[in-house]
Design a protein around this ligand. Structure first.
Ligand code: GDD
Length: 290
C-alpha cells in the first residue's frame, strides 16, 4: 500500500517492483483502508507505515501522531469491520523504552518515550494489544530495535555515515557533520528482522516480541568502523554539529530477544561490523569506487 503522490518515490523498492502490486490508500483516510481490504482480501497486514524520523516528530508532532498513533486505530478499525480473521503486524519501536528503566529491555520493561514519535508508538502498541484483547484479532506488536540495510534512508545515522564515508572515498566531500556520538543503539540487519515479523504472524497465538541483537554500540563506534573500511581516520573528517542533537535523547538501547529466540526460533545472522561493511560497500558501489 502506498500513498498517492504527484511525484513517485519508489527508488528503494525498485529492485523488486516486478514482484509487487502497489495499491493506493492512506492511513489518514479510514474509507480508503476499508475499500482496500475489501478489494484485496489479505490474510496478513503488516503496518510499517509511519513518520519514522525521530527529529521530525518534534517539528510535526500532530502529523506524527495522526500517522503513527491514530493511523493504527484506523487500520485496526478497518480490519474489525471488513474481516476480523486478518492477521495484523504492528511495527512497534525500541524508542518506546526511551529513558530506559532497565538494561537490556524486554517485553516487560516499562515504557518512557522521549520524543513525540516514541509517544505515538506507545499509543499504537497499546491499541494493537487492545484490539487483540477486545475483539480477538490476531494482532502482534514487534518491538524492533534499530534495523538497517543499504536501503536505509540517508537521514538515519547509519546510512548518513556510510553514504558520507563513500562520498569522502570518492573525493566528493571531505567532511561529515554529526550530532551525538555517545548515543548507543542495538543495530541489526533489516533482512533478519523482517523474518521475525513474518514468523510472528505464523504462530498459533498472537503475542508481542522484542527483536534485537542484544549488542549495543555507540555512534562513535559506527563511525570508526565505517571510516576503517576506506582506510581513513574518522577524526580527520567528522565534525560535531550541535544543531543535530535532539531536545531529549535516548542514550542507551539494547534489547533482550530471548522470547523471540525461544518461541519463534529466531536469531539474527548479520553482526554489527558486517552490517556496517555491507552498507559502506553498497554506497561505494553507488559512487563507483568499490
Ligand atoms: N539521524 C541522525 N543524524 N542521528 C544522529 C546523528 C545524525 O547526524 N548524529 C548522531 N545521531 C544519533 C541520534 O541522536 C540517535 O541517538 C542515534 O544516532 C540514532 O539515530 P537514527 O539513526 O536517526 O535512529 P533512531 O534511533 O532515532 O530511530 C530509528 O530506530 C528506531 C528503532 O529503535 C528509526 O528507524 C525509528 O523509526 C525506529 O523506531
Amino acid at each position: 500500500m502506498v500513498r498517492r503522490s504527484s511525484t513517485e518515490n519508489f527508488e528503494r523498492i525498485e529492485p523488486f517492483r516486478d514482484r509487487l502490486q502497489l495499491v493506493q490508500a492512506d492511513l489518514l483516510d479510514t474509507m480508503s483502508l476499508i475499500s482496500l481490504l475489501e478489494d484485496i482480501h489479505p490474510r496478513e497486514v503488516y503496518n510499517l507505515a509511519a513518520q519514522s524520523f525521530v527529529p521530525t516528530s518534534w517539528k510535526q508532532p500532530v502529523l506524527t501522531a495522526q500517522f503513527d498513533a491514530i493511523g493504527v486505530t484506523r487500520l485496526l478499525e478497518a480490519i474489525r469491520l471488513v474481516d476480523r480473521s486478518i492477521r495484523f503486524y504492528q511495527a512497534s519501536s525500541s524508542e518506546m523504552f526511551g529513558k530506559v528503566r532497565e538494561v537490556p529491555q524486554t517485553e516487560l520493561t516499562p515504557f518512557h518515550p522521549r520524543s513525540p514519535y516514541g509517544v505515538a508508538k506507545v499509543y499504537a502498541h497499546y491499541i494493537t494489544v487492545n484490539y487483540r484483547e477486545s475483539y480477538g484479532i490476531f494482532a502482534c506488536s514487534g518491538i524492533l530495535f534499530n534495523h538497517e540495510s543499504p536501503r536505509r534512508g540517508r537521514e538515519f545515522v547509519t546510512r548518513k555515515v556510510t553514504d558520507g564515508v563513500a562520498r569522502i572515498a570518492a573525493g566528493l566531500a571531505n567532511e561529515l557533520q554529526l550530532g551525538n556520538l555517545e548515543a548507543k543503539r542495538d543495530w541489526g540487519f533489516a533482512g533478519d528482522y523482517v523474518e521475525a515479523m513474518w514468523l510472528m504472524l505464523q504462530q498459533p497465538e498472537p503475542d508481542d516480541y522484542v527483536v534485537a541483537t542484544g549488542e549495543s554500540h555507540s555512534v562513535g563506534e559506527l563511525v570508526e568502523i565505517a571510516f576503517r573500511c576506506i582506510g581513513r581516520d574518522w577524526r580527520q573528517h567528522v565534525v560535531q554539529d550541535p544543531a543535530l542533537t535532539r531536545p531529549a535523547e535516548v542514550d542507551h538501547l539494547v534489547g533482550d530477544a530471548a522470547k523471540a529466540r525461544r518461541v519463534l526460533g529466531w536469531k539474527p545472522k548479520v553482526g554489527f561490523a558486517q552490517l556496517v561493511t555491507m552498507m559502506v560497500d553498497a554506497d561505494r558501489a553507488r559512487y563507483g569506487t568499490s
